[in-house]
Design a protein around this ligand. Structure first.
Ligand SMILES: [Zn+2]
Ligand SMILES: [Zn+2]
Ligand SMILES: [Zn+2]
Ligand SMILES: [Zn+2]
Ligand SMILES: [Zn+2]
Ligand SMILES: [Zn+2]
Ligand SMILES: [Zn+2]
Ligand SMILES: [Zn+2]
Length: 255
């Protein structure tokens, strides 16, 4: 609402004007904190939260940003429409680290990813966290799927990439008859590969993979077939799966 000029002041005066808070991105009224030098302004609610967090929370140093970051937890009321600077996905009510002055935000889960890891799938080199490059072109060596986010672990020497989520995959199947003892039971409906033993396609089924050798086998064809444990636990299934021996070897859940 503008009060008519000249009667009170040479410039238009406004009453309780709405403003966009630079932290929660909401249109707000009422008290605000404002920097006149650069037009930075935040609503009272955000300022209150940020001040409390600055006072009571530890700051962390993180390689993704030159300033210390504070952790904001359970703050769905002020986490509107922020993009994580690491994975480039939206932050929807999850906990996140932030540098408020720079409008720099990252998911807590992204901030906690290790920069370098060693994994039994690639035991001789470190895999390092990558955030750039044409990630959509690469396949994860562990699960065989393409990347749908930019974050990945990579061995640059071997040009080998792995999903951060797939770090939790571990070689679980011991096998004689194969040098690595490193087979992993995987299940994927969209991945298509060829069984190195029988030469037929692998699709819509469980399969075992030796990641270091980049070899896939049907469960009943692979070097593991002779030594598959009677039951295995699979990441996509709550119950142990038991091996049923017949013409088409299946892994079945009894429940
Ligand atoms: Zn705000
Ligand atoms: Zn300023
Ligand atoms: Zn993220
Ligand atoms: Zn900053
Ligand atoms: Zn993967
Ligand atoms: Zn390597
Ligand atoms: Zn086969
Ligand atoms: Zn192997």
């Amino acid at each position: 609402m503008e009060i008519e000029r000249y009667h009170i002041h040479v410039h238009p005066l406004t009453l309780n004007k709405e403003f966009d808070c630079d932290f929660c991105n909401e249109s707000r009224k009422g008290h605000k904190f404002r920097c006149d030098l650069c037009n930075f302004q935040i609503c009272f609610g955000c300022a209150d939260i940020l001040i409390k967090y600055h006072q009571h929370r530890e700051h962390i140093e993180h390689s993704s940003h030159r300033h210390p970051l504070i952790l904001l937890e359970n703050t769905s009321n002020i986490s509107n429409a922020k993009d994580c600077k690491m994975c480039l996905e939206k932050i929807h009510g999850q906990s996140y680290y932030c540098c408020a002055p720079c409008k720099f935000y990252i998911h807590k889960s992204c901030g906690e990813l290790l920069e370098e890891v060693k994994h039994p799938f690639h035991p001789h080199h470190y895999l390092t966290l990558q955030m750039s490059g044409p990630w959509w072109r690469y396949h994860c060596c562990a699960c065989g799927l393409k990347f749908d986010k930019c974050l990945r672990y990579r061995c640059g020497d071997c040009k080998l990439d792995m999903h951060p989520e797939c770090l939790s995959l571990k070689p679980t199947i011991k096998c004689q008859g194969h040098q690595h003892d490193l087979l992993t039971l995987l299940e994927d409906m969209s991945y298509k590969s060829e069984c190195r033993a029988c030469g037929h396609d692998i699709k819509n089924t469980f399969y075992v993979r030796c990641v270091p050798c980049r070899l896939d086998f049907h469960v009943h064809c692979g070097p593991a077939a002779a030594s598959l444990p009677p039951t295995v636990v699979h990441k996509n299934h709550n119950h142990p799966l038991s091996l049923v021996k017949d013409d088409s070897t299946l892994l079945e859940c009894d429940d």
